[in-house]
Design a binder for this molecule. Structure first.
Ligand code: IPE
Ligand code: IPE
Ligand code: MG
Length: 245
């Protein structure tokens, strides 16, 4: 069990990259007799708290699942609301990202993103590109299966053009064609809301990621929950297929 931890006691063996599935916004709202969108608004506040906590704890990479390639199947009003919400926070939060030296990255497919939102994304990514603090990666219109197929398509194209010899293809080269190119694999995965699945998130990248599932709904997620998860992560032994030392 977790015993209250000062952040400094977490310092040794911090996960370099934390990947979160921010789940439970809808159920959080429903439990309070509110519209699902209200849950998403509160979820965005929880994300802001989490970003701040990650900065304070000295985490290097934080990737959050904000919209999956399957989330387009939700009611139009909810989808629209999520797009508006992202744009709002990109525009109102950009100065703070810059001030906190956060580098924003997007992993996702641009194909179905409206031009206005795309512009806000590009602006925020470009204006924070040289920041050297936390790398905050937003997975938006992201789907791991589509990412893997796209990588296979790009690799095939290179082989066809003679830019890559098929015999030279290996895991490292293949992974360079992912949306996550340049990011280390996540060390710690956290999913809130008592749901135990990956929902098409970072399937390749999480081959050896430590997983923690919490019952907390995402809008209730606090710095303390992040500290607890890191503390549990630090008690685990990662073997990567080897045997204990
Ligand atoms: C996660 O919360 C946010 C998104 C998927 C955009 P949900 O909206 O999935 O909330 P639940 O799972 O329905 O409670
Ligand atoms: C995964 O959550 C996607 C995000 C949190 C953005 P979902 O709520 O869409 O996943 P399922 O449908 O419960 O698997
Ligand atoms: Mg959900």
């Amino acid at each position: 069990m977790y015993s209250p931890n000062t952040p400094s006691s977490l310092d040794a063996n911090l996960p370099r990259h934390i990947a979160i599935v921010m789940d439970g916004n809808g159920r959080w709202a429903k439990a309070r007799g509110l519209e699902r969108l209200k849950g998403h608004y509160e979820g965005a506040e929880a994300l802001k708290r989490t970003i701040q906590a990650a900065v304070e704890l000295g985490i290097q990479y934080l990737t959050v699942y904000a919209f999956s390639t399957e989330n387009w199947h939700r009611p139009e009003e909810e989808v629209k609301g999520l797009m508006v919400l992202l744009r709002h926070h990109l525009e109102t939060g950009l100065d703070e990202l810059i001030e906190k030296n956060i580098q924003l990255k997007f992993i996702g497919f641009y194909d179905r993103i409206e031009p206005d939102l795309k512009k806000s994304i590009d602006k925020a990514v470009n204006k924070t590109a040289h920041n050297t603090g936390l790398v905050l990666c937003i997975a938006f219109n992201y789907g791991a299966r589509a990412e893997i197929v796209e990588a296979a398509r790009q690799v095939s194209e290179k082989v066809k053009k003679g830019e890559l010899i098929l015999e030279d293809l290996n895991e490292k080269i293949f992974a360079e064609h992912f949306l996550t190119q340049g990011l280390p694999d996540p060390d710690l995965f956290i999913r809130t809301s008592g749901v135990y699945r990956l929902s098409n998130y970072l399937l390749w990248q999480m081959a050896y990621t430590e997983m923690i599932f919490l019952d907390t709904q995402w809008p209730d997620f606090k710095k303390e929950d992040l500290i607890n998860a890191i503390s549990e992560y630090q008690q685990r032994e990662r073997r990567f297929g080897k045997i204990s030392a």
